[in-house]
Ligand binder design. Structure first.
Ligand SMILES: Nc1ncnc2c1ncn2[C@@H]1O[C@H](COP(=O)(O)OP(=O)(O)O)[C@@H](O)[C@H]1O
Ligand SMILES: [Mg+2]
Length: 612
């Protein structure tokens, strides 16, 4: 047995070096992986106390393979997968394929002659073999021998049996079958080690290049999107992680990303670092900042930071309209605006008189909104949003188009007061206008959109309803701005820190969900962080937001929260332990196809504005 040989050799060497060894003990590389003990059983090898291994060979492969087919195996912790690949000379391949092809064909022919049914299985095999032979002959493909050995590790036989069942389940889902190498464990085990001296020759299969590529186990991959922004380094390999939210399928199904971690795990630092680097690559960014943490960053990047405060106009008008890409080309979506404002007023009523808008009120509110837009000549036609201006400057005339002023909440209130059934509503709405406590959204939009980085501070809204009212308005404003056809080609990012503060209001959660669901089409990436997953999982919209995020960055969590997270995201036992032991800035970056354990690394010059 190979290990015994190795031990013998080592002994000889040791004798030769005896003098030297007694003076200064030396270790060589083999000591690093030499097991404490080695005993072969029928279906296991024992390599020391609490260390049992069982080796499987894959003996049935699916007809179609794809890259990453082996990835799911890493759901099982303490598993090693080794793939043996050997090139087969082309001439040999063509000869063998031809003889196989001939034997299949003659078999089929004989069966037919005997009056049997057409054997569709054989027919398919003939077609496959023929296609393969042609590909090899015309140099389009090459053939290799492959073999996959899977080693499961456990503390005892029970654990091995459990993991064995798990392995069979995973393989069955993929159309593969693993077989325990009975009475051949030692040979198979040694074969699976990276020595290049293959011994176990059972169940070799031939495979074309595409299949070989899919057999490389990539459980712990690197992430390096071409053109992506630098995030930090892989904790195991120390290689840099480059990530591009907008890289698209097959690497990412959408540009949304969720970050979870306990307080102090490093979520905000991660978001600020991403924001700064994304801004540098030309993205347009809006940040919702509930804790007043981003001012420094935004000022540093030359953006605009503003605060929403009770009684002060925020610069956002809920009546603001933009041109969208509709089904029939560009249009102004007055109808969705109408229902948005109606909903807003209805929510307001629910809060103030514990009853939403009633039948007749609804129709009057809608009529009033319509009237207000019509009065300004605003229709579904994009041209109707602008008015001509002529200006004289230094004796010359200039003409051009400027955006019209939009209706405001004040105008709406005045109008509602003209109808008997909505007089009470108009009275209630006083609080929304004229500098009263909820008048933050009564005025013409004045946020400077040329500033590509905008931060909105929501910290000073103390009252729950005020917060809610502000969040819904801000979210709807962000959505209408970012879905504007003019910015369609641009990469845009909505950053929401402490997302649970927003997700807890169902109406706000619906906006988040809508950004998460529809954002991809408009090239909007949602980057949302939250302390706990459960805060999100408690609402349907919250769940939908998480499920929509193709990328998740899981940072440090308490052990019991880590368990929940691991369960929800179907992570292995090993991942769960890792999550509860992460240091600051460390986390598990997961996408549909990849998983890396990494640490976010802000550069020295970035620390000035990424810390709190
Ligand atoms: N990538 C990192 N590398 C080193 N230290 C970090 C990193 N991320 C965060 N920290 C440290 O942890 C502190 C808390 O980070 P923060 O992002 O505010 O946590 P959270 O938002 O998750 O509560 C930071 O002030 C910083 O000192
Ligand atoms: Mg934070």
């Amino acid at each position: 047995m190979a290990i015994e040989n190795v031990k013998k050799k080592k002994k000889e060497k040791e004798v030769a070096q005896k003098d030297e060894r007694s003076f200064m003990p030396r270790r060589d590389i083999i000591d690093l992986f030499l097991p404490d003990a080695f005993e072969e059983g029928k279906d296991y090898v024992y390599t020391g106390p609490g260390k049992y291994a069982r080796v499987y060979v894959i003996d049935k492969y699916p007809r179609k393979m794809h890259v990453g087919i082996l990835n799911d195996l890493f759901e099982i912790d303490n598993i090693s997968v080794s793939t043996y690949i050997e090139n087969v000379p082309d001439a040999q391949v063509v000869k063998k394929l031809t003889s196989k092809l001939v034997s299949y064909q003659s078999n089929m022919y004989m069966k037919l002659k005997r009056g049997n049914m057409i054997d569709y299985g054989s027919q398919q095999a003939v077609a496959d073999l023929d296609a393969m032979r042609e590909a090899v002959q015309t140099n389009r493909d090459r053939m290799s021998y492959v073999q996959i050995l899977i080693t499961l590790w456990g503390k005892n036989m029970e654990e091995l049996d459990q993991k064995g069942e798990w392995l069979e389940d995973i393989c069955a889902r993929k159309g593969m079958r693993p077989r325990v190498c009975i009475y051949d464990q030692a040979k198979a085990y040694i074969t699976s080690l990276p020595y290049k001296n293959i011994k176990y020759m059972d169940n070799m299969r031939n495979a074309v290049t595409g299949v070989v590529a899919s057999l490389v186990p990539i459980g712990n991959t690197e992430m390096s999107h071409p053109g992506g922004i630098y995030l930090g380094n892989n904790l195991y390999t120390n290689s840099p992680v480059f990530f591009d939210s907008f890289i698209g399928p097959p690497l990412l199904t959408n540009p949304m990303m969720a970050i979870f971690g306990m307080a102090g795990a490093g979520k905000s630092v991660t978001m600020k670092t991403i924001a700064a680097r994304a801004a540098a690559s030309g993205e347009w960014i809006i940040i919702l900042d509930p804790e007043n943490e981003y001012e420094n960053l935004i000022k540093h990047l030359g953006g605009q930071y503003f605060e929403i405060k009770s009684g002060e106009f925020s610069g956002i008008n809920p009546f603001e309209l933009d041109i969208e890409d509709g089904d029939k080309g560009q249009e102004v979506n007055i109808y969705s605006k109408l229902s948005e404002i109606r909903e807003l007023i209805s929510m307001f009523c629910e809060k103030f008189r514990e009853e939403p808008l009633r039948g007749q009120e609804i129709s009057i509110v809608e009529e009033v909104i319509n009237t207000l837009y019509t009065r300004k000549g605003i229709t579904r036609d994009p041209e109707s949003l602008y008015r001509e201006v002529r200006e004289e400057l230094h004796g010359k005339f200039f003409t051009g188009k400027v955006k019209k002023e939009m209706p405001t909440l004040s105008e709406m209130r005045v109008e509602l007061n003209n109808y008997e059934p909505t007089k009470g509503l108009a009275e209630m709405m006083k609080i929304l206008v004229d500098g009263r406590s909820l008048s933050m959204f009564d005025g013409q939009t004045k946020i400077d959109l040329r500033k590509r980085i905008i931060g909105i501070n929501l910290k000073h809204l103390t009252d729950e309803f005020m917060k809610f009212f502000a969040v819904v308005n801000v979210m709807s404003w962000i959505w209408s701005r970012f879905s504007n056809w003019k910015f369609k080609a641009m990469h845009k990012r909505v950053i929401v820190d402490e997302g649970w503060l927003f997700a807890k209001y169902p109406h706000a959660a619906v906006f988040l969900e809508s950004i998460a669901r529809r954002g991809r089409k408009y090239r909007i990436s949602l980057l949302i962080a939250s302390q706990q997953v459960n805060e999100f999982l408690s609402s349907e919209s919250g769940k939908a937001v998480i499920n929509q995020c193709a990328t998740k960055f899981i940072m440090k969590q308490d052990a019991n929260v880590a368990r929940e997270v691991a369960q929800y995201l179907v992570l292995s036992e090993a991942c769960k332990e890792m999550i509860s032991s992460f240091g600051q800035g460390e986390g598990l970056l997961m996408t549909d196809t990849d998983l890396v354990v990494m640490k976010m690394i802000p550069f020295d010059f970035e620390w000035d504005y990424v810390t709190t």
